[in-house]
Write a new protein. Sequence first.
Length: 230
Amino acid sequence: MEMLPQYMAYDRTIAVFSPDGRLFQVEYAKEAVKKGTTSLGITFKDGVVLATIKPKTELVVVESIEKIFQIDDHIGAVASGLLADARVLMDIARIKAQINRITYEEPITVWNLAKTVGDRMQVSTLYAGLRPFGVGFLIGGVDPTGPHLIEADPSGMLYEWRAYAIGKGAVVANKILKRKWKPGMDEKDALKLAKDIMMKSEKDVDVNSIEIVVIKDKFRKLSKDEIRKI
């Protein structure tokens, strides 16, 4: 997109709004999320499914690329965008979860954990010399109020979804989710839907590049054999 001369000054700093109320650096960070491989979350009756496609690069050890993060026994997150930014934010989230356990002797709620991540992302939209985090998350977990799936975008805004996808295949994935997600669906149906969407959202996707976790009583990562059997 060609940048008009009158907008150039607002394009170069995070701390100044353009005349029409935009923060260009935050918008660019959201574009970085769209360039990441597809990630999605689906809530079902008893829990949450998180799934993603790992980028395939010749000779790379695929297991070394972390896109789904375990934050606590009952909470995980899947990222799309700059994974280096994701790693730093997930370390902050894990520390917050452990502090909550030690201080209050109970697991942190999904919303309180999401707010910690969102607050840290929002701070990076306020000060000159910083850049926004170029990553988005779907934070999924189960607490006493039930299963939750919360999106955190680079602006620090939080949205709760019943099912949602981010990344380069999000447009296709969200169209399928709108048609096929049903209230009260069980774990088996949620897993099948997640795998079907992963296979359709991008080109040349195979089982080896798909990663899926289920968060119900505990955070559990599915093996390749389990994913093939779905």
